[in-house]
Design a protein around this ligand. Sequence first.
Ligand code: TXA
Ligand code: MG
Length: 351
Amino acid sequence: METKFWKVDKSVDKKEGYPQIMQPADLLMNDEVVAFPTETVYGLGANAKSSTAVKKIYEAKGRPSDNPLIVHIASKQQLEEFTESIPQAAARLMAEFWPGPLTVILKEKAGVLSELVTVGLGSVGVRMPNHPVASALIQASGLPIAAPSANTSGKPSPTLAAHVKDDLDGRIAGIVDGGPTGVGVESTVVDCTGEIPVILRPGGITKEQIQEVIGKVIEDAALKNPAEAPKAPGMKYTHYAPKAPLTLVEGSQGFFQRVIDAERAEGKKVGVLAAEENKERYEADSILSPGSLADLSTVAAGLYETLRKFDQEGVNVIYSEVFPTDGIGAAIMNRLTKAAGQKIMTEKIQG
Ligand code: TXA
Ligand code: MG
């Protein structure tokens, strides 16, 4: 299939932009899949009410069929169509963080959405993206739009239209290019179907921000202990991974350099992922930095692009620094740990 491209800038919400968005919106209305920018990562959208359309998402990504999709909306009125009554905590979170990088899991109104979206869970994840191009596209289609990240399953999520093209060109009907995304890691997923809300996936809205609004929030046990089965089906898969194996390194600069040197002694080309402040510390074949420790949101914004760049550099192995886990750092370390398949080398301090 030939993949169509449109460049749509952020002024799309003004009237002139609409003609550009009508073509991709038409494709969505005709059960095709179209990639579009959000403030987190690019999404791969399809009509959430049509199994014909949603099936194409799973096929294009090679996504396991037991992994439910997030439904994207442009206005709260759309919620009534496919969710049951909204619990108070969910309502407060939506009031505070929508539009924005927060996905709320609610009880599903049966019989509206494609079963491929909810995979029989009886619940549905909903999000209102804070991106003018996403809002315009959803509004123009008049549909709830199911959308996972627009990458091949297992690869780092796309933060540029070029990343989507690298993964899915020829496999989807179209790509709307709205420039770089922004937050850089996916939305925070909060399950609001039980008594106390549970964070299933850390993301663009931090636990601290959520606590300020609703007080008590629990973190899914699987986020701390990889042996636990996660409640968000998607969290059990290896994810976000570049081609070369990635390992996290925790310890002194000397320890890190010895790890690098041992690999280079075997003739391997070594990539290092380090904070901007620390780049000069290491000697390796390719040292890339997603952003600065002084502002962790820059690390989040650059993380996936950096992981993809290592693929282009053709390194054989990648070692990464660890980052603080407060605020957006929780999402950064969650993604890095998954990209590393939980592999972490920790320096043993003699004493
Ligand atoms: O920022 C984002 O959330 C991006 C953009 C495109 O909006 N989307 C995204 O979708 O990250 P995806 O499919 O890559 O991740 C969705 C996550 C998965 O871990 C999935 O298992 C979980 O949300 N999820 C979706 N619906 C769920 C439900 N009803 N119950 C539990 N987990 C759910
Ligand atoms: Mg994803």
